[in-house]
Unconditional design. Structure first.
Length: 302
Protein backbone atom coordinates (compact mmCIF):
# COMPACT_ATOMS: atom_id res chain seq x y z
CA UNK A 1 0.00 0.00 0.00
CA UNK A 2 1.46 3.36 -1.03
CA UNK A 3 1.93 6.02 1.64
CA UNK A 4 -0.45 8.98 1.37
CA UNK A 5 1.27 12.33 0.89
CA UNK A 6 -0.34 15.11 2.93
CA UNK A 7 -0.14 18.40 1.04
CA UNK A 8 -1.29 22.01 1.37
CA UNK A 9 -4.74 21.23 -0.07
CA UNK A 10 -5.25 18.72 2.73
CA UNK A 11 -4.33 21.44 5.23
CA UNK A 12 -6.84 23.85 3.73
CA UNK A 13 -9.53 21.18 3.53
CA UNK A 14 -8.95 20.12 7.14
CA UNK A 15 -9.21 23.72 8.36
CA UNK A 16 -12.44 24.30 6.43
CA UNK A 17 -14.04 21.10 7.72
CA UNK A 18 -13.06 22.11 11.25
CA UNK A 19 -14.76 25.49 10.74
CA UNK A 20 -17.94 23.83 9.45
CA UNK A 21 -18.07 21.61 12.53
CA UNK A 22 -17.46 24.61 14.78
CA UNK A 23 -20.47 26.30 13.18
CA UNK A 24 -22.62 23.22 13.79
CA UNK A 25 -21.45 23.07 17.40
CA UNK A 26 -21.75 26.76 18.28
CA UNK A 27 -24.89 27.94 16.49
CA UNK A 28 -28.53 26.93 16.63
CA UNK A 29 -29.72 27.97 13.16
CA UNK A 30 -26.91 28.35 10.61
CA UNK A 31 -27.35 28.58 6.85
CA UNK A 32 -25.02 28.21 3.86
CA UNK A 33 -25.36 31.03 1.33
CA UNK A 34 -25.25 29.44 -2.11
CA UNK A 35 -25.02 31.17 -5.49
CA UNK A 36 -24.09 28.39 -7.90
CA UNK A 37 -20.57 29.82 -8.27
CA UNK A 38 -17.33 27.87 -7.88
CA UNK A 39 -16.62 29.06 -4.32
CA UNK A 40 -20.05 28.17 -2.96
CA UNK A 41 -19.96 24.85 -4.85
CA UNK A 42 -16.62 24.14 -3.15
CA UNK A 43 -18.25 25.00 0.20
CA UNK A 44 -21.01 22.46 -0.43
CA UNK A 45 -18.40 19.82 -1.28
CA UNK A 46 -16.52 20.57 1.96
CA UNK A 47 -19.75 20.55 3.98
CA UNK A 48 -20.64 17.12 2.62
CA UNK A 49 -17.19 15.88 3.67
CA UNK A 50 -17.73 17.36 7.12
CA UNK A 51 -21.17 15.83 7.80
CA UNK A 52 -21.87 12.86 5.54
CA UNK A 53 -23.35 10.28 5.84
CA UNK A 54 -25.68 12.50 7.89
CA UNK A 55 -27.72 15.39 6.53
CA UNK A 56 -26.23 18.88 6.47
CA UNK A 57 -27.14 20.73 9.71
CA UNK A 58 -28.21 23.77 7.71
CA UNK A 59 -30.12 24.65 4.53
CA UNK A 60 -28.65 26.20 1.41
CA UNK A 61 -29.92 29.77 0.87
CA UNK A 62 -29.85 31.68 -2.40
CA UNK A 63 -30.61 35.40 -2.51
CA UNK A 64 -31.73 35.65 -6.13
CA UNK A 65 -31.40 39.09 -7.76
CA UNK A 66 -33.23 37.98 -10.90
CA UNK A 67 -30.16 38.90 -12.97
CA UNK A 68 -28.38 35.55 -12.72
CA UNK A 69 -26.75 33.56 -15.47
CA UNK A 70 -29.25 30.83 -16.45
CA UNK A 71 -26.40 28.28 -16.52
CA UNK A 72 -25.68 28.99 -12.83
CA UNK A 73 -29.34 28.63 -11.83
CA UNK A 74 -29.69 25.35 -13.73
CA UNK A 75 -26.55 24.01 -12.05
CA UNK A 76 -27.81 25.15 -8.63
CA UNK A 77 -31.04 23.19 -9.00
CA UNK A 78 -29.24 20.14 -10.40
CA UNK A 79 -26.77 20.06 -7.50
CA UNK A 80 -29.44 20.45 -4.83
CA UNK A 81 -31.45 17.61 -6.36
CA UNK A 82 -28.34 15.44 -6.54
CA UNK A 83 -27.34 15.88 -2.88
CA UNK A 84 -30.91 15.86 -1.53
CA UNK A 85 -30.57 18.91 0.70
CA UNK A 86 -32.90 21.84 1.40
CA UNK A 87 -32.68 24.96 -0.77
CA UNK A 88 -34.32 28.23 0.30
CA UNK A 89 -34.63 30.88 -2.42
CA UNK A 90 -35.66 34.47 -1.75
CA UNK A 91 -36.13 36.96 -4.57
CA UNK A 92 -34.77 40.52 -4.53
CA UNK A 93 -37.65 41.39 -6.87
CA UNK A 94 -40.13 40.60 -4.09
CA UNK A 95 -38.23 42.83 -1.66
CA UNK A 96 -38.21 45.71 -4.16
CA UNK A 97 -41.99 45.50 -4.44
CA UNK A 98 -42.66 45.02 -0.73
CA UNK A 99 -40.37 47.83 0.42
CA UNK A 100 -40.90 50.13 -2.59
CA UNK A 101 -37.16 50.24 -3.20
CA UNK A 102 -35.66 52.32 -5.97
CA UNK A 103 -33.68 50.31 -8.46
CA UNK A 104 -30.42 51.53 -9.92
CA UNK A 105 -30.65 52.89 -13.45
CA UNK A 106 -28.09 53.14 -16.21
CA UNK A 107 -26.30 50.91 -18.63
CA UNK A 108 -25.37 48.19 -16.14
CA UNK A 109 -28.05 48.68 -13.49
CA UNK A 110 -27.24 46.20 -10.74
CA UNK A 111 -29.27 44.97 -7.79
CA UNK A 112 -26.19 44.12 -5.73
CA UNK A 113 -26.86 46.76 -3.09
CA UNK A 114 -30.53 45.78 -2.89
CA UNK A 115 -29.50 42.19 -2.11
CA UNK A 116 -28.71 43.39 1.39
CA UNK A 117 -32.37 44.05 2.19
CA UNK A 118 -33.41 40.59 1.04
CA UNK A 119 -30.56 38.92 2.91
CA UNK A 120 -31.36 40.68 6.18
CA UNK A 121 -35.08 39.93 5.77
CA UNK A 122 -34.26 36.25 5.15
CA UNK A 123 -32.04 36.09 8.23
CA UNK A 124 -34.90 37.54 10.30
CA UNK A 125 -37.53 35.30 8.68
CA UNK A 126 -35.73 32.07 9.56
CA UNK A 127 -33.86 33.28 12.64
CA UNK A 128 -30.46 32.39 11.22
CA UNK A 129 -27.69 33.14 13.71
CA UNK A 130 -24.82 32.29 11.34
CA UNK A 131 -24.51 32.56 7.56
CA UNK A 132 -21.72 30.64 5.84
CA UNK A 133 -20.25 32.14 2.68
CA UNK A 134 -17.49 31.64 0.14
CA UNK A 135 -15.58 34.91 0.50
CA UNK A 136 -11.80 34.66 0.21
CA UNK A 137 -9.24 37.15 1.53
CA UNK A 138 -7.48 37.41 -1.84
CA UNK A 139 -10.58 38.74 -3.61
CA UNK A 140 -10.32 42.41 -2.63
CA UNK A 141 -9.31 44.73 0.23
CA UNK A 142 -12.51 44.76 2.30
CA UNK A 143 -12.73 40.96 2.42
CA UNK A 144 -9.14 40.82 3.65
CA UNK A 145 -10.23 42.66 6.81
CA UNK A 146 -12.68 39.92 7.80
CA UNK A 147 -12.11 37.27 10.42
CA UNK A 148 -13.36 33.74 9.75
CA UNK A 149 -16.15 34.37 12.29
CA UNK A 150 -17.25 37.92 11.43
CA UNK A 151 -19.76 39.54 13.80
CA UNK A 152 -22.70 41.62 12.53
CA UNK A 153 -24.76 43.79 14.87
CA UNK A 154 -28.53 43.66 15.34
CA UNK A 155 -28.94 45.79 12.20
CA UNK A 156 -26.79 43.44 10.13
CA UNK A 157 -23.96 45.94 9.94
CA UNK A 158 -20.25 45.15 9.98
CA UNK A 159 -17.70 47.13 11.98
CA UNK A 160 -14.07 46.23 11.15
CA UNK A 161 -13.03 47.49 14.61
CA UNK A 162 -15.17 44.85 16.34
CA UNK A 163 -13.35 41.90 14.82
CA UNK A 164 -12.34 39.26 17.35
CA UNK A 165 -8.90 37.64 17.58
CA UNK A 166 -8.70 34.08 16.26
CA UNK A 167 -5.51 32.72 17.75
CA UNK A 168 -4.66 29.03 17.28
CA UNK A 169 -7.83 28.47 15.22
CA UNK A 170 -10.07 29.32 18.15
CA UNK A 171 -13.36 30.80 16.95
CA UNK A 172 -15.64 32.78 19.25
CA UNK A 173 -19.24 32.58 18.08
CA UNK A 174 -20.84 34.08 21.18
CA UNK A 175 -23.36 36.72 20.17
CA UNK A 176 -26.11 38.78 21.76
CA UNK A 177 -29.77 38.47 20.79
CA UNK A 178 -30.34 39.87 17.30
CA UNK A 179 -26.70 39.70 16.27
CA UNK A 180 -25.45 37.47 13.49
CA UNK A 181 -22.17 35.89 12.46
CA UNK A 182 -20.91 35.55 8.90
CA UNK A 183 -18.58 32.57 8.58
CA UNK A 184 -15.93 32.15 5.87
CA UNK A 185 -14.53 28.58 5.82
CA UNK A 186 -12.37 29.21 2.73
CA UNK A 187 -11.06 32.56 3.93
CA UNK A 188 -7.45 31.30 3.74
CA UNK A 189 -7.82 29.89 0.22
CA UNK A 190 -6.83 31.68 -2.99
CA UNK A 191 -8.43 31.48 -6.41
CA UNK A 192 -5.64 29.11 -7.49
CA UNK A 193 -6.20 26.94 -4.40
CA UNK A 194 -9.87 26.65 -5.30
CA UNK A 195 -9.10 25.52 -8.83
CA UNK A 196 -6.42 23.04 -7.72
CA UNK A 197 -8.90 21.59 -5.22
CA UNK A 198 -11.67 21.41 -7.83
CA UNK A 199 -9.22 19.58 -10.09
CA UNK A 200 -8.15 17.14 -7.36
CA UNK A 201 -11.68 16.44 -6.13
CA UNK A 202 -13.22 16.31 -9.64
CA UNK A 203 -15.92 18.82 -8.65
CA UNK A 204 -18.46 19.63 -11.38
CA UNK A 205 -19.06 23.29 -12.27
CA UNK A 206 -21.42 25.37 -14.45
CA UNK A 207 -20.37 25.47 -18.10
CA UNK A 208 -19.73 29.24 -18.11
CA UNK A 209 -16.46 28.74 -16.20
CA UNK A 210 -15.06 27.13 -19.35
CA UNK A 211 -14.40 28.64 -22.77
CA UNK A 212 -17.53 29.08 -24.88
CA UNK A 213 -18.81 31.34 -27.63
CA UNK A 214 -21.01 34.22 -26.47
CA UNK A 215 -22.31 37.57 -27.69
CA UNK A 216 -20.67 40.25 -25.58
CA UNK A 217 -20.67 44.02 -25.39
CA UNK A 218 -17.19 45.52 -25.29
CA UNK A 219 -17.12 48.29 -22.68
CA UNK A 220 -13.96 49.99 -21.40
CA UNK A 221 -11.87 46.93 -22.11
CA UNK A 222 -14.34 44.49 -20.55
CA UNK A 223 -16.71 41.98 -22.15
CA UNK A 224 -20.24 41.98 -20.74
CA UNK A 225 -22.75 39.33 -21.80
CA UNK A 226 -25.57 40.60 -23.98
CA UNK A 227 -28.79 40.13 -22.02
CA UNK A 228 -32.15 41.74 -21.29
CA UNK A 229 -30.67 43.19 -18.08
CA UNK A 230 -28.28 45.71 -19.67
CA UNK A 231 -28.93 48.71 -21.90
CA UNK A 232 -27.68 48.36 -25.44
CA UNK A 233 -26.98 51.72 -27.12
CA UNK A 234 -26.67 52.37 -30.84
CA UNK A 235 -22.97 53.15 -30.42
CA UNK A 236 -22.20 49.87 -28.64
CA UNK A 237 -19.98 47.25 -30.21
CA UNK A 238 -21.40 43.72 -30.03
CA UNK A 239 -18.90 40.94 -30.63
CA UNK A 240 -18.96 37.16 -30.79
CA UNK A 241 -16.07 36.03 -28.57
CA UNK A 242 -14.62 32.90 -27.03
CA UNK A 243 -14.86 33.73 -23.34
CA UNK A 244 -15.15 32.25 -19.90
CA UNK A 245 -16.02 33.62 -16.44
CA UNK A 246 -13.59 33.72 -13.53
CA UNK A 247 -16.38 34.56 -11.11
CA UNK A 248 -20.16 34.26 -11.41
CA UNK A 249 -22.12 37.26 -10.23
CA UNK A 250 -25.04 39.03 -11.90
CA UNK A 251 -25.10 39.36 -15.67
CA UNK A 252 -25.29 43.14 -15.19
CA UNK A 253 -21.96 43.52 -13.40
CA UNK A 254 -19.80 40.49 -14.21
CA UNK A 255 -17.45 40.66 -17.17
CA UNK A 256 -16.08 37.69 -19.08
CA UNK A 257 -12.45 37.17 -19.99
CA UNK A 258 -11.36 36.21 -23.49
CA UNK A 259 -10.14 32.64 -23.19
CA UNK A 260 -9.69 29.29 -24.91
CA UNK A 261 -9.36 27.46 -21.57
CA UNK A 262 -11.66 24.47 -22.01
CA UNK A 263 -10.36 22.28 -19.18
CA UNK A 264 -9.51 22.79 -15.53
CA UNK A 265 -5.84 22.27 -16.37
CA UNK A 266 -6.08 25.08 -18.93
CA UNK A 267 -7.72 27.37 -16.37
CA UNK A 268 -5.05 26.67 -13.74
CA UNK A 269 -2.34 27.55 -16.28
CA UNK A 270 -4.22 30.72 -17.21
CA UNK A 271 -4.50 31.84 -13.57
CA UNK A 272 -0.81 31.18 -12.92
CA UNK A 273 0.23 33.31 -15.89
CA UNK A 274 -2.21 36.23 -15.48
CA UNK A 275 -1.28 39.37 -13.56
CA UNK A 276 -4.85 40.58 -12.95
CA UNK A 277 -6.89 39.66 -9.90
CA UNK A 278 -10.18 37.80 -10.24
CA UNK A 279 -12.47 40.65 -9.18
CA UNK A 280 -10.26 43.37 -10.65
CA UNK A 281 -10.63 41.82 -14.08
CA UNK A 282 -14.30 40.84 -13.98
CA UNK A 283 -16.41 42.88 -11.53
CA UNK A 284 -17.73 46.12 -13.01
CA UNK A 285 -19.38 47.33 -9.78
CA UNK A 286 -16.09 47.16 -7.83
CA UNK A 287 -14.53 49.67 -10.22
CA UNK A 288 -16.81 52.50 -9.09
CA UNK A 289 -14.80 52.97 -5.90
CA UNK A 290 -12.03 51.19 -4.01
CA UNK A 291 -14.30 51.42 -0.95
CA UNK A 292 -17.40 50.09 -2.77
CA UNK A 293 -17.32 46.62 -1.22
CA UNK A 294 -16.42 47.86 2.26
CA UNK A 295 -19.29 50.35 2.22
CA UNK A 296 -21.74 47.62 1.17
CA UNK A 297 -20.46 45.27 3.87
CA UNK A 298 -20.87 47.92 6.57
CA UNK A 299 -24.52 48.20 5.53
CA UNK A 300 -25.16 44.48 5.78
CA UNK A 301 -23.99 43.08 2.45
CA UNK A 302 -22.36 39.67 2.70
Amino acid sequence: MSEYNWDYLDELESESIHIFREVAGQFEKPALLFSGGKDSITLVHLALKAFRPGKLPFPLVHIDTGHNFPEALAFRDQLVEQIGEQLIVRQVEDTIKAKHLTEQTGKFATRNQLQTYTLLDTIEEFGFDACIGGARRDEEKARAKERIFSIRDEFGQWDPKRQRPELWNTYNGKINKGENVRVFPISNWTELDIWNYIHREKIALPSIYFSHSREVLEYKGQYVAVSDFIRIDASDTILEKRVRYRTVGDMTCTAAVESDAATIEDIIHEIITTKTSERGQTRIDDRFSEAAMEDRKKNGYF
